[in-house]
Design a protein around this ligand. Structure first.
Ligand SMILES: CC(C)(COP(=O)(O)OP(=O)(O)OC[C@H]1O[C@@H](n2cnc3c(N)ncnc32)[C@H](O)[C@@H]1OP(=O)(O)O)[C@@H](O)C(=O)NCCC(=O)NCCS
Length: 179
């Protein structure tokens, strides 16, 4: 396998969505509609093409995984809001899971987001997985989800030191997340 991480292109959309669908087919906490979420986010204002990445096997051009970071806001307790990103979703084809591809996608996406000038990322996900990449429980900064969620599953990472100091508030997801 000759793994490469690159920006997703429009020509990849159908294949990516099949990868996302297949990755979540047997996943816990899934509505099996994550591929539709990806499609809606791509058409929304919060979409950042440079932060939609695919992992490919260069030997056969097959897409093995995908990650998407898109724009959200944190509505602060003082009524101001700050821009942030959400990581949703990250997907690896079942036969290729546990080989480090998800980790590579996450690391690369966080690096790219930092280079583009974004300051933080929020994720709802497995509390044992995301801390490997530096995510911490969001409530440490007073950041809350806009829906019921186990506290330890709602996490955030600062891409710049102290970026989430004074970010105490509620995450606002665009409506495409709830359609
Ligand atoms: C979650 C996912 C993206 C991880 O990608 P991956 O390439 O399989 O993961 P990596 O090889 O980088 O990392 C493997 C590690 O993650 C752990 N891991 C994998 N999936 C996990 C999950 N859903 N929850 C908790 N831990 C998980 C493995 O146990 C392994 O741990 P170890 O390193 O301590 O042995 C992939 O398994 C996947 O697509 N799962 C189905 C979809 C999903 O649940 N997406 C995440 C929600 S947004």
């Amino acid at each position: 396998m000759n793994l490469k991480i690159r920006q997703e292109q429009v020509d990849d959309y159908d294949l990516t969505e099949m990868v996302v669908k297949s990755a979540f087919a047997n996943a816990e906490h899934s509505d099996q509609k994550e591929h539709l979420l990806v499609s809606r986010i791509r058409k929304s204002k919060g979409f950042i093409p440079k932060l939609s990445l695919v992992a490919t096997d260069e030997d056969n051009n097959k897409i093995l995984g995908h990650i998407l970071l898109s724009k959200i806001k944190i509505s602060k307790d003082n009524n101001e809001s700050i821009e942030s990103l959400t990581l949703a979703p990250v997907s690896v084809l079942p036969d290729y899971q546990n080989k480090g591809i998800g980790g590579l996608l996450i690391t690369k996406a966080l690096k790219e987001a930092k280079e583009l000038g974004y300051n933080s990322v929020v994720v709802l996900g497995h509390p044992k997985y995301y801390p490997k990449f530096g995510f911490k429980i969001a409530s440490l900064w007073g950041i809350k989800a806009p829906f019921e969620v186990p506290e330890e599953a709602f996490m955030a990472i600062e891409l710049r030191e102290n970026a989430l100091n004074n970010a105490s508030g509620i995450v606002e997801y665009p409506s495409v997340f709830f359609e």
